[in-house]
Design a protein around this ligand. Sequence first.
Ligand code: C5P
Length: 231
Amino acid sequence: MPAAGRGTRLGADLPKQYLMLAGRSMLEWSVQPFLIDAACRGLVVALAPDDEHWSQVRSRLQRVPIEAVGGAERADSVRSALQRLQASGVGADEWVLVHDAARCLVTPAQIRQLIAACQHDPVGGLLAQPLADTLKVQAPAERADADPRVSATLERSGKWLAQTPQMFRLQALHDALAAVAASGFAGITDEASAMERLGLKPRLVEGSAQNFKVTYPADFALAEAILGSRA
Ligand code: C5P
């Protein structure tokens, strides 16, 4: 689980994974479904080198995850966590699930659904949601202070919003990320995109719109309402 981000888009003092939602930190909500799932044999959390909040979260968990040092980019944090798994003796062909700490609404049922759909797949795959809205391209701005304007509408059919968890074999994912590291992970915003660069076609597993990434203040209120209603 990459959890080394600064979460500046929410505009809070704390990194967003430590903001409180319905009585628990976002990170606690995110790790919990993996810790209680029998199919998940362990969890590695990649943390910022100067993280001051993890020890408090860890003290409240019933299983203690392994810790890894996160990096400058999300992909650096994922690579670091994968290397930690390799160092702990996890086999090259074992499946790993990578999940954003900021997707705190994932459920055990969605995790099992991904595992069931991908465990016999030669590549692996990801939870995703077919695009419901019409997709607009913003026109290049004529002035820096100009309001955004539309230059085009993209075809909506066949487009999906990628979520996490994303499930790939340990060595294959490590090698795919290593292959794009030299470019500073340009254009690599998830694990699947690194696998795609190798010509592979990850499986799309339809998930739930509730598994959104908490990013903006309005997402935060919605996540809190959903978590509160589940409790
Ligand atoms: O910033 P964003 O919400 O896209 O980050 C997605 C996930 O990646 C978050 O869980 C965040 O903590 C993590 N991340 C990381 N290391 C970074 C940047 C982001 O682990 N350098």
